[in-house]
Design a protein around this ligand. Sequence first.
Ligand code: ATP
Length: 357
Amino acid sequence: MDKKILNILKKLEKYGYKAYIVGGFVRDYILGIESNDIDICTNALPKDVINILKLDKTTKDNYGSVNIRTKKYNIDITTFRKESEYINHRPKSISYIKDIKEDLKRRDFTINTLLMNSNEEILDYYNALEDINNKKIKCIINTHDKLSEDPLRILRALRLSIIYDFKIDDEILDFIKNNKSIIKEISYFRRKEELDKILISKNRIKGLNLLKKLNLLKVLEINFNNVKDTNDIIGIYSQINFCEKYPFTKNEQDLIKKIKEVIKQGSITIETLYKYGLYINLVAGNILDIDNITINKMYNALPIKSRKDIKINTQSIVKLNNNCYNNINEIYELIEDNILKGILNNKNKDIIKFLRK
Ligand code: ATP
């Protein structure tokens, strides 16, 4: 365990406070998975954390957590808290408390309740180690209340079970079966965040099949048939239809559209390579079962890879076009098409001759 992180705990302890690493980081540590997201919980108030660790006031967020970013870690330090009843899937209020066990109770699953102290000892108040050993995702207390309070926990349970190959407790499965419509209340941002974690894991195909088996595609507003495994997430996205409200970036949308076009065409050609470039064709080729070596060879053999490579400039084309700019793009397309098909040599004098004709 990184001494710098343990030192944060030690500094808080020096001032008489309790401090532990909690949640996902400790779970992953036990599973032998490296993580750079660290949650620390303490009974020190945010203002005390800021003073003791000599931090800037702006490190405190609106929810009473203090955030430290280092090159390697994203560290959140949160004061032990109790949540009031939930309204619209959020606690109406929170209050700071002294008892760590009470803080752990507000969390979702047993496996997320492990603590590590400054001596690197693991504290296990809710039998998390047993559940990790038995590969089980189980709510800490009352499954029905936990999942109704915050339906995001349904997706978190599915995500954790898929990426770790853990079984989901029957009570959670029963709840999902009988209450799947509350998944609609999860924001599209959160849905995508959880789906992304599933889709980048090695178990993604199994995960997609589980979502289908549990009849969740409709409520998630996604749809797919046979998804070919590819370790490029954009390649996976391209085989799934997402409701338009999912927050894909412009760049992602553009890449997905292009890959879909190549998949629809069903083959990698000189034209698709020239039009979309190597990356799109490699991803689409992967889905179409066309090997990388063939695609790379085809791409390297292209006589031109973009308009920049054509041995004539726009001014010369305009001049040959009676000083008219109107149909320059079409002329370019004609030149590109002929060069790519091998009908025309990419040489300035040949192109000029071709255009004169
Ligand atoms: P990862 O970092 O791999 O995504 P994680 O989802 O467990 O793991 P965070 O989302 O950073 O990590 O959450 C940190 C901890 O906060 C969790 O381990 C869990 O104890 C608690 N937690 C997070 N989200 C919820 C939630 N919706 N309901 C209850 N507890 C939660």
